[in-house]
Design a protein around this ligand. Structure first.
Ligand SMILES: [Zn+2]
Ligand SMILES: [Zn+2]
Length: 297
C-alpha cells in the first residue's frame, strides 16, 4: 500500500497524502484496492464467510471454557487437554487471518459502492476517535498482522487524547505506533457525517445539549448486550458486546465499554475491552447499529 494508509469498514480510508481533488484520490484508492489481495475477493462469499468465522470462533471459545472448567475442577490439566489447547490456538491463528481478510474485502466493497458519495477531510482527533477498535487493513511492520487504532486517556496539559496503532497479533508484544492526527500530512476519505463535518464548537454544542444527551443515552442502552461485528476481540475473535462498566457513574462517556465474554484456558475473564469515551465513538457505535450517528443527517 502506498497511498492507502488504512482502510476501515463503514466507507472510511486514511490516506497518506493531502487530498485536494477527491475524485482523483478515489481513483487512486480504487486502483490500490484492485491490486490488493482483499480487493479481489468475491464479496458475497466473504459476507457469508464472516458469519461462519464468528461461529467457529464461538465454538472455540465454548470449548476453551469447558477445558478451563475442567482445569479448575481437577486442579490439573491432562496431556490431551493441553494438546487440544495448542490446537485451538493454531486454529485461531488461521481464523484470524480469514476474518481479517474478509473484513478488508468487505471494507473495499463498501468503499467501491459508495465512491460517489465521499468527501476528503483533514485528519483530526475526532476522526481518529471515530475509528477506535475497528479492524483496519493497516498491517503491523513487526509481524504483518492487522492493526487497530486505540485511544489513551485525556491529557489535561494538551487538552487532547493520545492515539496509537496497536497490533492485533495473539502475542500482543509488537510495539505500538503513535498516531497524531494533527501532525500527519494526510487525509481521511469518508461519507459525509454531520457528527464530523459540522465545526467542532457546533457539533459539541449539539452533542452536549441535554435533550440530545438523553436521547443518545437511550439509543445506546438499546444496544446493550448486542454484538458489534466491527469490534472484534483480538484474542478470541468474537464480536465484542456493549455493556455498562462495573463502576459506572451513569454519565454518557464514562459508563459503557465493549467487552469480550470469553474466558482464558484457566477460566479468567478476557481482559480486552474498548471503553466508549468520546462523542465520535458513541456516534459511530450508533451509526453502525442504526445507520445514523448522534446528529442525524
Ligand atoms: Zn505485530
Ligand atoms: Zn476476548
Amino acid at each position: 500500500m502506498g497511498f492507502i494508509e488504512s482502510l476501515f469498514s463503514g466507507v472510511r480510508v486514511f490516506v497518506s497524502e493531502l487530498v485536494t481533488v477527491v475524485a482523483k484520490a478515489v481513483r487512486v484508492v480504487l486502483e490500490e484496492i484492485d491490486h490488493s489481495s482483499f480487493g479481489r475477493a468475491a464479496t458475497q462469499l466473504v459476507q457469508g464467510a464472516t458469519r461462519k468465522y464468528f461461529s467457529t470462533a464461538q465454538d472455540l471459545v465454548d470449548e476453551e471454557r469447558e477445558l478451563a472448567e475442567k482445569f479448575v475442577r481437577d486442579g490439573r490439566r491432562s496431556e490431551t487437554d493441553a494438546e487440544r489447547l495448542q490446537e485451538i490456538a493454531a486454529e485461531r491463528e488461521t481464523l484470524r487471518k480469514q476474518i481479517d481478510a474478509a473484513k478488508a474485502s468487505n471494507a473495499a466493497q463498501e468503499f467501491r459502492e459508495n465512491q460517489d458519495q465521499v468527501v476528503a477531510v483533514a485528519p483530526s482527533d475526532d476522526e481518529a476517535s471515530a475509528s477506535i477498535g475497528i479492524i483496519a487493513s493497516k498491517t503491523c511492520p513487526e509481524c504483518g498482522e492487522t492493526m487497530r487504532i486505540r485511544q489513551g486517556g485525556f491529557n489535561d496539559k494538551t487538552k487532547r487524547r493520545n492515539f496509537y496503532w496497536q497490533c492485533t497479533s495473539a502475542k500482543f508484544s509488537c510495539p505500538t505506533i503513535k498516531l497524531d492526527p494533527m501532525k500527519e500530512r494526510a487525509s481521511v476519505i469518508r461519507k459525509q457525517d454531520p457528527n464530523l463535518d459540522l465545526s467542532t464548537p457546533d457539533r459539541r454544542a449539539i452533542w452536549e445539549r441535554k435533550d440530545v444527551l438523553v436521547e443518545t443515552a437511550s439509543r445506546l442502552r438499546n444496544a446493550l448486550g448486542d454484538d458489534d461485528s466491527e469490534i472484534v476481540c483480538p484474542a478470541h475473535l468474537l464480536p465484542m458486546k456493549l455493556l455498562p462498566r462495573s463502576q459506572a457513574d451513569g454519565r454518557l462517556l464514562t459508563t459503557y465499554e465493549y467487552v469480550c465474554l470469553a474466558v482464558d484456558s484457566e477460566g479468567r475473564a478476557c481482559q480486552h475491552r474498548i471503553p466508549l469515551e468520546t462523542f465520535p465513538q458513541v456516534s459511530e457505535a450508533l451509526r453502525r447499529r442504526e445507520g445514523q450517528g448522534i446528529i442525524n443527517s
